[in-house]
Write a protein that binds this ligand. Structure first.
Ligand code: HEM
Length: 435
């Protein structure tokens, strides 16, 4: 049989499973070993899909911008999150995607975002008041905080007793996204994921129906429930699918960013002092989208956390027709993948890539500006993260509220290993001391 990827360096991995096990076990090591062995373009076979991974900013640009409109995001993401997070924006393509994105934009306008600011700060203040001095697992703390923010800002309710159940349902759906066995046999993670999805659909379905009966309110769910496309409301099922997907896109991504950022600031007291000084200057005022220019060190530290541990480490696509990326022929039906995980630490582009060094983003160095698509934590092109400004406000508001009055420290000898897929998560506790 002719091998359509014979011209691409690399191999097809083990019979049946390909590279799935090595990838799921250690995506960073797998990608790095391939880069060292084969260079910046190599073939992979993960979760039953033949694909080509590109580690150059040029290819990243071509894939994100997709000028020929032949790279399907739905085709790329469907075999991991397709069934669990169906019909989310990332699982739509071209004209259909454009139409839904335009409708959703109504919930991400500057005015909408400004309306979310107070709720973000209120929930944050509540959680921080209840946080005693002493040791805290920063990942778990941020997870609860961002889930509560998602509930109040996005869904417009305090989930209260439902919070744990929603969180469990949601975690089961996320975990199922990378489980190699994708048949819903009883007791398997995939089955639990599908049950989680059903639970989320039920909870949000009821909420959308309630919002539709009420006057429009400021929360994201209400905005989506009342958003129109050429004067018509979206079908309830579409709104539910979008909200379930938004939870996926918003919750673990911001949790991971906050945990990595605070962990690094705890290990780098000088950087923490710089951030603390500028957030104290806010004098208790909330962080707004307009403050990003003032919070210079906070912005650079956040970028550095996103560089070291990008919450969306790979952006997969599927070629619907023969296409060429960065000079490499990709036959129709093949997967192509951008890897911010590897690109953000590529030694050809970054100095001392594994060091936490926020000043690499400062004028005079600006390593990220060597190429428009070298630093891509929020992706690019048509599927560029629609929530990037919400994420920025959330992360900076939480860091500002915490570091305005408290300090964080960590044991430099503690080894925290972060598993990067599907969304970065520490393998054990991530303990900070807060005082
Ligand atoms: C630090 C936090 C976040 C990071 C790093 C991040 C990153 C990304 C990336 C890389 C993509 C594109 C993936 C691809 O092209 O394959 C994406 C898409 C998306 N993100 Fe985010 N995200 C974050 C937070 C959020 C938040 C808070 C929301 C919502 C409130 C959100 C909503 C979305 C949505 C809806 C998409 C799909 C957009 C589309 O397909 O048009 N994200 N995100």
């Amino acid at each position: 049989m002719v091998d359509p990827l014979a011209h691409v360096p690399g191999d097809r991995g083990w019979p049946l499973v390909g590279h799935t096990l090595s990838f799921v076990r250690d995506a960073t090591g797998f990608t790095e070993r391939n880069r060292l062995r084969h260079g910046d373009v190599f073939r992979t076979r993960v979760l039953g899909r033949e694909g080509v991974t590109f580690l150059t900013p040029q290819a990243t640009r071509e894939i994100y911008l997709d000028p020929g409109k032949v790279l399907s995001s739905e085709g790329g993401w469907s075999n991991t999150i397709g069934e669990l997070f169906r019909n989310g924006l990332m699982l739509r393509d071209f004209d259909d995607h454009h139409r839904h994105r335009r409708v959703m934009q109504q919930a991400f306008s500057r005015a909408a975002l400004t309306g979310y600011v107070d709720a973000i700060h209120d929930v944050t203040d509540r959680h921080l008041r209840a946080l005693p001095d002493g040791e805290v697992d920063v990942y778990l703390f941020m997870k609860r905080l961002t889930l509560d923010i998602a509930a109040e800002v996005f869904v417009g309710v305090s989930l209260g007793e439902q919070s744990e159940r929603v969180n469990r349902a949601f975690q089961a759906a996320v975990a199922a996204a990378v489980t190699p066995l994708r048949v819903p046999l009883p007791g398997t993670p995939y089955r639990r994921g599908l049950q989680g999805r059903a639970e989320l659909t039920r909870v949000f379905g009821e909420l959308v129906a309630t919002r539709r009966r009420e006057e429009p309110r400021g929360d994201l769910l209400s905005r989506l429930a009342h958003a129109t496309d050429d004067g018509a409301l979206l079908p309830v099922d579409d709104v539910v699918d979008h909200v379930v997907f938004l939870m996926l896109a918003a919750h673990d991504t911001t949790t991971s960013t906050l945990a990595v950022l605070l962990w690094q600031l705890a290990l780098h007291p000088v950087e923490q002092d710089r951030v603390a000084e500028e957030v104290r200057a806010l004098d208790g005022a909330p962080v707004t989208p307009a403050d990003h220019g003032r919070l210079v060190h906070t912005s650079r530290a956040m970028s550095e956390a996103l560089r070291l541990s990008p919450p969306v480490p790979f952006s997969p696509r599927r070629a619907l027709a023969d296409v060429e990326n960065d000079g490499v022929a990709v036959p129709a039906g093949t997967g192509v993948s951008v890897s911010s995980l590897a690109l953000h630490r590529h030694p050809d582009w970054w100095s001392d890539p594994s060091a936490f060094d926020p000043d690499r983003f400062a004028p005079g160095r600006e390593e990220h500006k060597q190429h428009s698509h070298l630093f891509v934590p929020f992706g690019g092109g048509a599927h560029l993260c629609i929530g990037n400004h919400v994420a920025e406000v959330m992360v900076k508001a939480i860091v500002a509220r915490l570091l305005a009055t408290r300090r964080v420290s960590a044991d430099p000898a503690a080894r925290v290993v972060i598993s990067p897929i599907p969304i970065p998560k520490p393998k054990g506790p991530m303990l900070l001391t807060v005082r």
